[in-house]
Design a protein around this ligand. Structure first.
Ligand SMILES: Nc1ncnc2c1ncn2[C@@H]1O[C@H](COP(=O)(O)OP(=O)(O)O)[C@@H](O)[C@H]1O
Ligand SMILES: [Mg+2]
Length: 264
């Protein structure tokens, strides 16, 4: 079976702070996996190293067998990996459909210029019409076709998260890394988002790794496996049942949850 993502002894230090402490895990093609752990345990830093935004201190990352450890974000993106960020930023004065057509920040360069250039190079592409069709079909898949012509500034936080996920699907990624896509999203919409992601994994064969900090929530969302992090380390990985059955995990998690302030 193909390995979509292999993380080997990944380490990231910020000065004396060890944010990610030699972690290793693998995600197989077609899996839907949760990455969970208390705030500050190193989840987003792990994504930042995988996607090339941060240079790891040591360790190795492979995407579909290709060593991406030294690649820039746009190079990593070309291997089929797309990621979202914990804090969603849409173009507020554009409609939902327009937002889907503009490449998001970081993986295409940060400046407005870079992204506008990417937009124009896309529209010169013979697939322009297909891109528009894809944008509509992504909204269909997420069950929000009615939002297509709303301005992003009119959306709720949860709806913005949904559009952000839609935007990440536009490049037809093979591997999607989603950073807390349902944080601060009301329960029913959060569940709907997970259901739709499950459907995307099953029907499109896209591999998804999703960060979520609410353990109780993710245990009920039908992911295939969960990787549990705590204080920069992988505490355990297993099916939701295995994680539920592991008292050490629950205690470490609940223990540190008690000390940390939950931030949304
Ligand atoms: N750019 C950075 N510079 C310095 N410290 C950072 C940076 N990014 C994250 N950290 C620290 O690394 C640790 C892990 O952070 P993060 O990966 O964001 O955690 P999580 O996503 O699990 O909440 C935290 O202590 C955080 O303050
Ligand atoms: Mg984070």
């Amino acid at each position: 079976m193909t390995v979509a993502l292999r993380v080997e002894n990944l380490r990231k230090q910020f000065g004396g702070l060890v944010a990610v402490n030699d972690i290793s895990f693998e995600i197989k093609e077609g899996e839907f996996v949760g990455l969970i752990g208390p705030n500050g345990c190193g989840k987003s830093t792990t994504f930042n190293c995988i996607s090339g935004l941060l240079q790891q201190t040591s360790g190795r990352v492979e995407v579909f067998g290709e060593d991406v450890s030294e690649m820039r974000p746009d190079e990593v993106h070309k291997t089929g990996l797309t990621r979202t960020f914990q804090h969603t930023r849409l173009w507020r004065q554009m409609t939902v459909i327009e937002n889907l057509l503009v490449p998001p920040r970081n993986q295409f360069g940060n400046s407005l210029n870079d992204r506008i250039r990417a937009l124009f190079s896309n529209s010169r592409n013979p697939d322009e019409k297909q891109r528009l069709e894809m944008a509509y079909s992504v909204l269909d898949q997420l069950e929000v076709p009615h939002m297509a012509h709303n301005l992003a500034s009119e959306l709720s936080g949860g709806q913005s998260k949904l559009v952000d996920i839609g935007r990440s699907m536009m490049g037809q990624p093979k591997l999607l890394l989603l950073d807390e896509p349902v944080a601060g999203v009301a329960g029913p919409l959060a569940m709907k988002i997970f259901n739709n992601l499950r459907k995307i994994v099953d029907e499109e064969g896209i591999t998804i790794l999703i960060i979520e900090h609410n353990m109780d929530f993710i245990l009920r969302q039908g992911v295939d496996r969960i990787v549990v992090m705590n204080q920069g380390e992988v505490l355990m990985q297993g099916t939701p049942d295995e994680v539920r059955g592991n008292r050490e995990v629950i205690e470490a998690y609940l223990g540190s949850k008690g000390e940390n302030q939950e931030e949304e």
